[in-house]
Design a protein around this ligand. Sequence first.
Ligand code: BG6
Length: 497
Amino acid sequence: MHTPDPVTIVIFGASGDLTYRKLVPALHSLVCAGMLPANYVIVGAARSDLSNEAFRARMQEGVDRFGRLSGDDCQPWEEFSQRLYYQRISYDDADAYKTLAATLQKLEKKYNLPGNRLFYLSTPPSLYAPIVETLGAVGLANSEAGFTRVVIEKPFGSDLQSARDLNRRIHQVFQEEQIYRIDHYLGKETVQNIMVFRFANAIFEPVWNRRYIDHVQISVLEDVDVGRRGGYYDRAGVLRDMFQNHLMQLVTLTAMEPPTAWDATLLRDEKVKVLRAIQPPTGAAVRTNTVRAQYRSADGSGPTYRKEPGVDPDSETPTYAALELYVNNWRWQGVPFYLRSGKALAQKVTEVTIRFKDVPHMLFNEDNSVIEPNELSFCLQPDEGFHLSFQTKVPGAGMRTESVDMTFHFAPTFGAKALPQAYERLLLDALLGDASLFSRADEIEHSWRIIDAIQQGWEQGNGPPLSFYEPGSWGPALADTLLAASGRAWSQRCLDD
Ligand code: BG6
């Protein structure tokens, strides 16, 4: 592993939650792990009026609370915090960016930095394009001395049209190679491990296709409700908030062809091919192949979405959805991909499960008891690992079989602190100039095409009626029916006992 070149990091939206909970704790852990260059400066910029000291104190609290590595694992806080600065900025004022430019130059001189710059946009999404345009206008989009890169948080657009517009406006200032669109699921170790599992082991790829796989399931279940994010969420809903980005990423990594090298262009080419092959349900299929639901507490003892702050009391916005999708290519023709995600459910669990087909001819279980087909589950969080189910002989007379589980979990093997947080990996890669784990412009747009089609189907009244589920449950009964219709059921492999 080589460390990135000396760099100046500018975080827009530095007084917000993401900077406090994720970005600065991640940068701090990278320093602790010796993965940042010895020479760097981090400048937080936001509208709030804060001194350097006040900003440092808040960041210290964030690092203590949320950092993976801190305390004894790290160098003294003072060494890190001396390189943390804060600059107040009014986002629509070009002069404020000129002041920022002067500050950057001053700091780069003071620390003898070469002028490599990473701008991180962690602001409300409506500011992404204006910030990028002003960076361009005041000459901050290209440094003569080193690289200039821009990292853009999600959501990237709210539909295909707005994503296209945003891409177009950003491309007027930055080259695609300078742009790093974040999907923090790609920063998760276990999500990357789907690729390692598939392409670094010879035994799975030969069966990774329609001949041997019955169906694929992707579940991203959350126990949290919408909390204080009702205003945003009610306009977005679960399809835009979770499916367009995180679930589609999991589909592409599971379904893509092996790229010929670990290379950002080749990898993303393969992912885009998968997205292009997905034909979203239209017409009657919107009703049969999709489910949408909202959490509602029947007796008022739990949360009800329509009563959350910022949510329309008559809201039709789904907090849960389940979809049956098809990837129309040679590898996957006819294999259903079942996707589900929702809030206020019984447990947080993210799982990708590959269900293999039945054996072609049955020798055992003369009593006609069912033999469970093999199942491979990637447990992506919270207890990261794998499960592979297979049949074994029940000891004793006869030839009865039973399904047992072969498991591997990361924590016991690599240690509880071994898995870096997603933002550590993504910040490091952006600093190293590796865009493999970031979304390319066309990838985002193809994904929106699929989500828009379903969303439109629902809005035009072709979808199933909105159903309701109890908070703390596993979601609406219709999501079970979606699979039960073909004799299938959602996997429970990665759940706590
Ligand atoms: C975010 C969504 O992108 O992902 C949130 O906006 C969601 O609604 C979060 O809670 C889930 O992320 P994680 O890493 O906790 O699975």
